[in-house]
Every structure is written in C-alpha cells, then in structure tokens.
Design a protein around this ligand. Structure first.
Ligand code: PLP
Length: 411
C-alpha cells in the first residue's frame, strides 16, 4: 500500500494556501464538506468550456459528448462501490436526497401498516426526518437502538429490536459525530436473516473507507460527492438492481418516462426512472473526477492516514484536563473527533479556533437525538482528511489548551 504524503497532495488544493485572520488555514471541517482538488474543478471547467449540452436528448455531437461524460461518471461510481452494474447507480443531489428517494419510493411501495423499520439514536437527521414524514401515513413504527458506553452501536439491542415485522434496518456506516464505524456486514446478515433489507447512510464512510457493496451485502448505499473531494450538488444512491427495478418513480417529469399520454405515463428502466429532469451534469462529471482522484491515491492509504492523524490527536487530547471527548476507543473509527472544553460553549471554542485560522464545526451536527443521549447541548468537532498534517494537529491542540487556560483564568 502506498502511504500518503499530505504535503504533496496539498498542492492539488489551492484553497489550502490561503490564510484566515492572518493565519494559515487549517481545515478540520471535512465531515461537513471536503475541499476540492484542481483535477475536479478542471473536469467541470472542461465540460463547460468544451462539451456542454443537455444529456440523453440530442443526436448532435455536444449532447453525445456530454452524455458520454455523464455516463462515464456513473461507471466510475459503480467501480468505486464495486457495484455489479452501473444500472443501479442513481445520481441524486446528495445523501439526503438519496435517503428520501428510498423512503418515498421503496417505503411507499413495500411498507404496510404495522411494519417496523429500525434506526439508531445516533442517526443524522437525513436518516430520521424522511421517516417521520412518512411514518404516520404508512402506519409504520420507527424503532430505535441505542449505543454502548463505548459510543458504538448496541448490536445486542439491535438483535433484540428485530421482529417478524421488521422490513428495513437503516443505519450509518461511519458516524458523523462519534467517528464510530459500524460492522455493516454483520448488520446485513442480521437484517437478511429476518427477511429485512439494509439501507446504509454512507455520507461519512464513502470518502474515507473502501466500500464494497457486494462484500458488505447491503441493499442500499448512499453518498454525497461534496464530502469526498467532489462538488456540491452531486451524490448517489446505489441499490441492488432487482430491488431498484421494483421501485416506482420518486419525482416525475422529463427523462424518467417511457410513454406519456394525457392521462397516464409509463416509466423508463433503471436508473433513468429516478433521474427526472435535467440533472446536475457538471457536478456529476466532477464527482466522477473525484472518484478518479481518490482511487489514484487509494482508499486504504486514505483511511490509514485518517487513523494515524486521529490516533495522534487523541494521544494529545486524552490526557488534558477539562477537555471532554466523545467517541470510541480502538482503530475501527474514522477521523472525526467530537469534543467540548469544560465551561465553554462549543460555538465560542469554534470562534476562538477560527481566529487562529482553524476551521471546526460546532453545534448539534444534525444529530439532535444523539446530543440528547450524550446529555450535551452541542459539541465542537474536528474532522480530518487526506491533506491534513500532524503539524496542523499540534497547532490545533496548542490553541485548544490556550483557550481552555484563558477562559479558566478570565471567565
Ligand atoms: N448522513 C451523515 C452521516 C452525514 O454526516 C451527512 C452530512 O453531514 C448527511 C447524511 C447528509 O449529507 P448531505 O447534507 O450531503 O445530504
């Protein structure tokens, strides 16, 4: 396996050369959205400068070229996930839209009153609110599984929650607050043994972990391009082809039809049935370029780098008094560290860090039920990626310690 040289990779990311409040930017907000390499931006510029036209519609050269670039991106995403066929890769705007697509289309087709779906207390709102929007009209019950005291999914609790009414388990792959990585293959086996399907929220895992939808034996997998070096506005839903083929359309309009009459329509085959209207062509092409970029580095090398940074940061943070950390021990976690400084609101922590040029997220991370279960109003969160360095972590910890000491002395 190749090892990452972040200083070499940083040359691909012009934004990392800028300063914030007079300090070199340290970008530790990758779980919210990663930065973009030149290769991705240039792929989009090349499309706009040289190939732009609408896709799937024209016989003219530009439309054929645009369609080819767009469909190549579908093949790249399929390859990235080791999907058996690109026919079951549906482009969406992001993970949120992909989750909504499954809930609306698969859920409305397959769920009946009295059925149960299982989520955890630590889901992103994108895996809760779509269910809330449908639960009442479908008459389904949303069951929730908690965490162990080690901030991991309670697998015993999950097993106990499964009944003969369970139709779907819908769960995160890497948690966006705790960094914990779920044993997806094990969860898939539990779901399938009960005759249920598994929907995986891959928003955080796909950028950092090699995902193989066949080895994981999942039924649905979702991702957001903007968290994996791609542009905003392009994400994907992968679903098992036979499952996707049995799902009705989510949105209606052009592109997704077979025949349209005044009073009814027939619908296109997969995946086009789920891509109504003109898609985000440039963004999808950018997502394809992001996949090429990540694969050229290697997902194994990226994950190794994330883990090294995380171990290094945790070794420095754990001994510090007054700094609380929320996340599991061990290697099976990604480069996400949620923390608080005793007595200081995380928004204030984030503001002080910003003054020093360090970008972290502070708030509830679209995970209000998790915040309640951790019994904290909010946390700060540092999250790493392939261009982050050990020196940046040194500076981050240094500013945190000074912040803690300053507030202790003055407030
Ligand atoms: N799921 C998880 C675990 C996330 O971390 C996020 C975004 O932070 C989402 C879903 C939603 O992603 P998007 O806003 O790109 O739809």
């Amino acid at each position: 396996m190749r090892h990452i040289d972040p200083n070499e990779l940083r040359k691909d990311f012009p934004i990392l050369d800028r300063t914030v409040h007079g300090n070199p930017l340290i970008y530790f907000d990758n779980a919210a959205s990663s930065q973009k390499p030149r290769q991705v931006v240039e792929a989009m510029v090349d499309y706009y400068y040289n190939h732009h036209a609408n896709v799937h519609r024209g016989a003219h050269t530009l439309s054929v070229e645009a369609t080819e670039l767009y469909e190549q991106a579908r093949k790249k995403v399929a390859r990235f996930l080791n999907a058996p066929t690109e026919r079951s890769v549906v482009f969406t705007r992001n993970t949120t839209e992909a989750m909504n697509l499954v809930v609306h289309s698969w859920g409305r087709e397959h769920l009946r009153s009295g059925d149960e779906i299982i989520v955890s207390v630590a889901e992103h709102h994108a895996n809760l609110v779509p269910w809330h929007l449908q639960a009442e009209s479908l008459g389904i019950t949303i069951k929730t599984v908690g965490l162990t005291d080690q901030y991991r999914l309670d697998l015993d609790g999950l097993e106990q929650a499964i009944t003969d009414r369970t139709r779907l388990i819908s769960i995160w792959h890497m948690n966006n607050v705790l960094g914990a990585i779920n044993p997806i293959r094990k969860i898939a086996d539990l779901a399938h043994a009960a005759g249920a399907l598994l929907l995986v929220d891959g928003a955080q895992a796909a950028p950092h972990v090699k995902v193989d939808v066949q080895a994981l034996d999942v039924d649905f997998y979702t991702l957001s391009g903007h968290k994996m070096c791609g542009p905003t506005g392009a994400g994907a839903l992968w679903a098992r082809a036979d499952v996707l083929a049995g799902m009705p359309p989510f949105l209606g309009g052009g592109e997704m039809i077979g025949k349209v009459y005044l009073d009814h329509s027939t619908y296109a085959d997969i995946p086009f049935r789920f891509e109504a209207g003109t898609p985000n062509i440039a963004e999808v092409i950018g997502l394809g370029a992001a996949v090429d970029y990540l694969e050229a580095i290697g997902l194994e090398a990226i994950f190794e780098h994330d883990q090294q940074l995380t171990r290094y940061a945790l070794e420095k943070l754990k001994p510090l008094d007054g700094i609380m950390l929320y996340g599991p021990e061990g290697d099976d976690r990604g480069g996400i560290i949620a923390f608080n400084i005793d007595g200081i609101h995380p928004h204030d922590v984030a503001s002080v860090l910003d003054e020093a040029g360090i970008a972290v997220r502070a708030g509830q991370h679209c995970a209000q039920p998790l915040m309640r279960s951790l019994n904290v109003p909010a946390t700060a969160r540092a999250s790493f990626y392939l261009y982050n360095t050990f020196e940046e972590i040194d500076r981050f910890v240094d500013v945190l310690v000074r912040t803690r000491d300053y507030f202790a002395a003055h407030v």
